[in-house]
Design a protein. Structure first.
Length: 242
């Protein structure tokens, strides 16, 4: 029954389907939800499907045609790298996809995998305000990297199990969601960005730079806004310990 389900998914018209859709197809062959989880883990290990929930438990998507998905992923980075403004792209500007449904699915998967962060409000690039909803995708940027560390900065050393790319993206997404009055400010370097956090009409700029296995955090104005700075660092530490 597992091979019959796999053959059915291979003939499906979509590249990705949701968990409820997969459960509905599995029921046709008498496959229970418990056995469906085993099915997804097994065929993900073969590379014939990719259960995004194994990366992000909150995701509802399963990639049933990984090869087609990778082709679209390559087209996305080729097309969008020449059109984005320092890695920030709005939903309307996604030119790779045919319809809004495909855009939503693809961007949700990129966010789950740590390739993209949702910008819930606005982003500032070259003093230009980018309206929401938008996505921050540093991998499409082609600027020069910032290589030198700042003296006196806080450094997070990543373990072997962490991806150098998705950790700063996850931190960015976390801070933008946790602080209602936060704002993304992009610098010239693709591995560096700022988040301006406002609390009680006071603002603090947190600069985050990715140096492969080290994430550097610098505060602008930490002496004046010590309590806010401590609050932000504690939240980052708790997030990284999860």
């Amino acid at each position: 029954s597992w091979m019959c389900l796999r053959d059915l998914l291979a003939q499906h018209s979509s590249t990705c389907i949701t968990k409820p859709e997969l459960q509905c197809e599995a029921q046709k062959y008498g496959i229970t939800n418990e056995h469906l989880g085993e099915f997804c883990r097994l065929f993900t290990s073969f590379g014939s499907i990719l259960d995004v929930r194994l990366i992000d438990p909150n995701s509802e998507y399963v990639i049933i045609k990984p090869n087609e998905f990778l082709i679209k992923l390559n087209d996305f980075f080729v097309k969008e790298s020449s059109s984005t403004l320092r890695g920030v792209i709005t939903h309307k500007e996604l030119s790779t996809f045919e319809n809004d449904c495909e855009k939503k699915v693809f961007m949700n998967i990129l966010c789950s995998a740590g390739f993209a962060a949702i910008v819930p409000k606005t982003a500032i690039v070259n003093d230009t305000i980018i309206p929401s909803p938008a996505f921050y995708i540093p991998s499409v940027r082609t600027d020069t990297l910032k290589l030198n560390c700042t003296r006196g900065s806080i450094k997070l050393v990543l373990g072997m199990e962490s991806s150098p790319m998705n950790v700063p993206i996850k931190i960015t997404d976390y801070l933008l969601r946790k602080f209602n009055d936060s704002q993304l400010i992009l610098t010239a370097s693709p591995n560096q960005f700022m988040i301006e956090i406002k609390i009680l009409e006071e603002s603090l700029k947190i600069e985050i730079t990715s140096h492969c296995d080290v994430i550097e955090i610098v505060s602008h104005g930490k002496e004046k806004y010590g309590v806010v700075y401590k609050n932000v660092c504690q939240r980052i530490a708790r997030f990284c310990n999860k």
